[in-house]
Write a protein that binds this ligand. Structure first.
Ligand code: PLP
Length: 353
């Protein structure tokens, strides 16, 4: 039998090795239905265990604070070239350690503490980093929220515009952790322009669908786009920042380093580069189409059995089951399913009690 990439761990740390093996067995024996997770290509998983992890390279390619960066420079430049080609934009920073770091870097570079931010309410599908009071974004900035329409449970662009005109945010955040429908980025940009706000699109969840043209691109509408690389994009864990206007380049790059982070995780960045390569392939397009087909078939089946879904169905990779009218709550459903070998995540829904 072929050895796993982590097999050598066994001889130096049998306890951790054992836990890795147990997790592998868990992933193989359960149905993993968490929309923000994916299964990394085995070659990319192996590629994260490279000597790039040994290297310090604070700074950007050819402008480092350390020497010996000839190969990491070439690697990071290649990753940047690939991701800008993949998403059709001019500039990228591939160093954010995660999606949350990417959002923090953007906010810290474009906003001042106390500035107003308008994002999607957490209960309506937004993410913690879009202004939640328990997160840096809600602690550093004056966060306000827009909600989904009460009846249709869809983004209501008229209501978002009214809210934006009322509070005049410095930044509007579009994008979600739990929104099963297409997002109209052009409509968001029109609203942002009316109030002179930056439009940040956080496409973490749908980046794979955007790469394969199954979801409209945030470009040319967004001033800045952030993403994770490990959800639908199917890369290693990490984040990325994308933009078109060179006037933002210095600010955004400084937002990542030195404002937020130290040395980049070069072993992760290398495999982000490989992930961008794979995401440009025809095979990846087929995979994204299958993801949507499966999510829609699943949603239709649930609806035909009388289940209630947020927004009534899905256009993308995720399905949100609303159990408010039932005798049990979502946390109970999630833990019962876990017991049965089906892994999901509990999530707030609009109007969650
Ligand atoms: N942005 C969105 C929309 C997300 O859904 C998530 C994670 O779930 C993040 C950002 C944060 O990503 P990470 O967990 O890599 O920090």
């Amino acid at each position: 039998m072929a050895q796993t990439p982590w097999y050598p761990v066994k001889s130096v740390d049998p306890e951790i090795y054992q836990l890795i093996e147990l997790e592998l067995a868990r992933q193989r024996s359960t149905l993993e239905m968490i929309a923000s997770e994916n299964f990394l290509h085995p070659a990319l998983m192996a590629g994260m265990a490279s000597p790039f992890t040994n290297k310090y390279a604070e700074g950007l390619p050819h402008r480092r604070y350390y020497d010996g960066c000839v190969h990491v420079d070439a690697m990071e430049e290649l990753a940047i070239k690939r991701v800008t080609e993949l998403f059709g934009c001019e500039f990228a920073n591939v160093q954010p350690h995660s999606g949350a770091s990417a959002n923090a870097a953007v906010m810290m570079s474009l906003l001042e503490p106390g500035d107003r931010v308008l994002g999607l309410d957490l209960d309506h599908g937004g993410h913690l980093t879009h202004g939640s009071p328990v997160n840096f974004s809600g602690r550093l900035y004056d966060a306000h929220f827009y909600q989904l329409d009460n009846n249709k449970e869809l983004l209501d662009y008229h209501a978002i515009e009214a809210k934006a005109l009322e509070i005049k945010p410095a930044m509007i955040v579009a994008g979600a952790s739990a929104y099963p429908r297409i997002i109209d980025f052009a409509a968001f940009r029109t609203i942002a322009d009316k109030v002179g706000a930056y439009l940040l699109v956080d496409m973490a969840h749908i980046a794979g669908l955007v790469a394969s043209h199954h979801h409209p691109s945030p470009f040319p509408h967004a001033h800045v786009v952030t993403s994770t690389t490990h959800k639908t994009l199917r890369g290693p864990r990490g984040g990325v920042i994308l933009w078109n206007d060179d006037q933002l380049s210095t600010l955004l790059n400084k937002g990542v380093f030195p404002i937020l982070q130290g040395g980049p995780l070069l072993h992760q960045i290398a495999m982000k580069g490989s992930c961008f390569l794979l995401a440009a392939s025809d095979e990846f397009k087929v995979l994204q189409q299958k993801t949507i087909d499966n999510a829609q078939a699943f949603a239709q089946t649930l609806v035909s059995q009388g289940q209630k879904l947020v927004s009534g169905g899905t256009d993308n990779h995720l399905v949100l089951l609303d159990v408010r009218h039932r005798d049990f709550d979502g946390a109970t459903v999630a833990s019962v399913l876990d017991h049965l070998g089906i892994t999901v995540n509990k999530n707030a829904v609009p109007g969650d009690p």
